[in-house]
Ligand binder design. Structure first.
Ligand SMILES: C[S@@+](CC[C@H](N)C(=O)[O-])C[C@H]1O[C@@H](n2cnc3c(N)ncnc32)[C@H](O)[C@@H]1O
Length: 427
């Protein structure tokens, strides 16, 4: 069956989710506030759920219409053939929201929609009572400026729940937001990645999963898997396909540090559970002590924002130190998310770009410092890379020579009939 599918997103992330969908092969997209819409069948719903890193949920859009009275809401909802989607024992759970609309009582709208859905079901099943002891169909009635949108959720637990984060620190970043920051940075695994304020490890873990091509939903379940519409095993096929595409051979180096050694004790098992602990080096360290011999690299990080009273001076110092670090690493790209509006003043440099994003309900900006090379600088980087490659090859050669020499010596000793005698004679 063909559906209108909506990938819902946090504000500001829509275009990143649209890029992800394009890479998955979906071109006919409509990008609006908080959602990206496209068409597809059951397989496409499974693909979007398993593969999207930055979306919050995958919904089926059922209808959109104008309603300013409860009667209108009831009649237009009842017209829909809900029985074609919801099985006779399906559990109908209705949620709602209303923004700038005549129908503002969300609980009343939810009750009316539920009643209208049941009435519509009667057309198909000819029953007055419905047991509602089967798979869950969460219907959302969203009213925006009197336009009603009815959707059904296919995801269940939000897409940020990848299944690896058992332990979180005080202010963990949502996995979908961490993935967004990494995708926006255009980081590639051949470049060192550093998170200086790692906390429970969300940024390093999401980056390692991207580097290894691990689909975020390949190890979790989705509500639509329990629906009769997905009885052909679409989700299993997509998950199996995703598992087969993981690239364990990719050479990736991610450094994850935090001043708090205890919190890193939560990050390590999270990385282990995600299957990427071998890509990440964890260190307890104050961010101001970071240094690197590498000419280029990428820092993607989520420092404290100083939401509590009395923390501002400490926060300003942290941002100032980041600015100093940036001067020491002039060819490194830096991506820093914070809600602190004077960040650039403290850092001492205006960002190349910034982007408004929401960390939960907190309005933040992702400050992006993107360092462009002149041809001369590019030549220097290439020279450095060449030198490092030669160094590595020389070390490898030296090891081989030592190994051969030791083998020869051993063989000589074994072939020398006086070897033992000489040794004894010397004692
Ligand atoms: C907002 S939290 C990071 C949360 C993390 N992104 C996650 O998803 O769990 C900020 C982190 O900065 C650490 N921190 C505070 N001051 C620091 C400093 N001077 N150097 C390094 N880490 C610091 C805290 O211990 C805390 O874990």
């Amino acid at each position: 069956m063909d559906y209108t599918i909506q990938a819902s997103t946090m504000f500001g992330i829509e275009s990143v989710t649209a890029d992800e969908l394009r890479k998955l092969g979906y071109d006919d997209l409509t990008v609006e506030n908080g959602k990206v819409t496209f068409t597809g069948d059951e397989m496409d719903i499974a693909i979007a759920n398993v593969h999207l890193r930055t979306a919050e949920r995958v919904l089926i859009k059922i209808a959109e219409f104008k309603a300013t009275t409860f009667d209108e809401l009831f009649d237009k909802t009842k017209e829909i053939e809900w029985g074609e989607i919801i099985p006779i024992h399906g559990k109908m759970h209705v949620v709602g929201k209303s923004v700038k609309s005549t129908l503002f009582s969300v609980s009343d709208c939810q009750a009316i929609v539920k009643k209208a859905v049941v009435e519509a079901m009667k057309r198909k099943y000819h029953k007055n009572e419905y047991p509602e002891n089967g798979p869950v169909y969460k219907i959302e009635v969203a009213i925006m400026k009197d336009i009603v949108t009815l959707t059904i959720d296919t995801t269940g637990d939000g897409l940020h729940k990848r299944g690896y984060r058992e332990f979180a620190g005080g202010a963990p970043l949502k996995e979908t937001l961490a993935a967004t920051m990494i995708l926006l940075s255009r980081w590639k695994p051949d470049r060192t990645l550093v998170d200086l304020f790692t906390g429970s490890g969300t940024i390093p873990i999401e980056a390692a999963m991207i580097a290894r091509n691990m689909a975020p939903g390949m190890n979790r379940s989705f509500v639509a898997e329990t629906w009769p519409q997905f009885k052909n095993g679409e989700f299993k096929q997509v998950k199996d396909g995703a598992k087969a595409q993981v690239n364990y051979d990719v050479d990736v180096r991610i450094l994850a540090s935090d001043i708090d050694g205890h919190i890193l004790k939560t990050a390590r098992p999270n990385a282990q559970k995600a299957g990427v602990d071998d890509c990440i080096e964890f260190h307890t360290m104050d961010a101001k002590d970071f240094s690197s011999k590498k000419l280029t690299g990428t820092i993607i990080t989520n420092p404290p924002y100083g939401e509590r009273m009395g923390e501002i001076e400490e926060i300003r110092k942290i941002y100032k130190n980041l600015g100093k670090l940036s001067k020491k690493l002039p060819y490194w790209n830096m991506f820093i998310i914070t809600s602190y509006e004077e960040f650039e003043d403290c850092f001492g440099e205006k960002a190349t770009k910034n982007r408004k994003l929401y960390n939960g309900n907190i309005k933040c900006y992702l400050y992006q410092y993107i360092r462009k090379f002149t041809d001369k600088e590019r030549a220097e980087v290439d020279k450095e890379k060449k030198l490092r490659k030669e160094e590595k090859e020389n070390v490898k050669k030296a090891k081989e020579i030592t190994k051969k020499y030791n083998e020869q010596k051993k063989a000589q000793k074994e072939n020398n009939p006086f070897g033992k005698f000489i040794k004894k004679g010397r004692r």
